[in-house]
Ligand binder design. Sequence first.
Ligand SMILES: [Zn+2]
Length: 447
Amino acid sequence: MGLWGAHLRMTSAAVLLAGLCSCAAVDGERRPPDGVKTQTSEHLVELELVLPQRYQHWRSDLLQDWHHLQIDLEQRLARWPRQTQAVAKSPLRLTITASPADAHFLAERLKLPGNPLVPRTHPGERLALITLPRDDRLLANRAHPPRTWRETVRHEMVHLLACDRPSLGGAPAWFHEGLAEAMVALKPTPFPDVQQSAFGSSWVPNLRELQAVDGGGSMALHTVLAGEASEIRYSAWACLVLQLLQEQKSTRPWQLPFAHPTLAEFLASLPTAYGDVLPSPLPRGRELDFEIGGKELFMASLPSKAVVLQAGSWQARQPLSFQMRVGRTGAAMAGMVLRSQADPNQVLRIRMNTFGAVVASLESLQRPNTRAYQSRPQAGATSGWRDFELQVQNDEYGKAFLQLQSADYKRNFAASFTAPFQIEFYVVDGACEIRSQEPFLPLSHLR
Ligand SMILES: [Zn+2]
């Protein structure tokens, strides 16, 4: 077994395991005419990719990532020679399951250790297992794998490829995790931004705050990271590993003093203003698909888990219009939260359920509202798009108030709840899509 074991990238992560349809996967361009699986070339190794039937259209994206990663790692990891496939004897395998239930079933059948809902590479078996968060039609209809999930797949692909470099086996877990996390963007730099990975540089402010505490800066980086959330830990390791690979020639760079800086030394190695602004949009949980400046958002959570996207601010000078639809798996609750700087003790929450019914109310942060859905449920077997429009209106005395309209459902909110607003979209135990005619995921920053 390798040293890295369970991969805990993102605590609320969902990746999938399992495809029970055994489709041996090969790179189409290099597949021998007789279909026999062989080593594809001196430099490219096949991946045996098992994808559930409903997600077969993602195969080319994932195999493309596999090839790009190999080409990149061939240079970065040249000092740790790769064993040939003849020595390896068995292929490297990635199995995707369509749902957590399938993941549990497969892990039991293969007697694999650990929580099968956590993406994980089993080096002894040369096998990575990743599950999709739920087998929802909205997810299956995506033309490409969701952004955060694809990042997780690339992370596990790096662990798989590391299996073929035996001299890397002596590296500590933090080096393996940092290496895998560094490659989620395909074009990694030591200082990734939100264009490269969904989480961007949002981990840096936490570490700068720790440094500001008395004596915090003189603590060993690895000691500090041990107490941090996995997102922060993995991102910092990724940064450190890329710097090590770039600046050190040793075949055991993890033993050098460079690999064991204090927190202050590590932060001093980052660009001065790096991480000073929180990226927006900023995701929490998994899985999400979005682009900076985009008009569309997809979110899907593991059963009973939440996914949130802090989507930026709205000044309310123009109406805010969007459409939303909710998948029909789970007890889905999806919607939007607006926060007002002028009224920080409550939020405006819009909820939509799997039947397309909605309710919106101002809620105290101390006592969340559990008001019943009030609008008419949508007809039909599949979820439909529902329109929402928020805008500021004036009452008969000229006083401004916020109004929500969604088909037959209209609500006015207290005049004290005023712009600017911070916007969050979320889904709990389900999947949803949100879209707009105009870009609604900002290019700007939250602070
Ligand atoms: Zn990992």
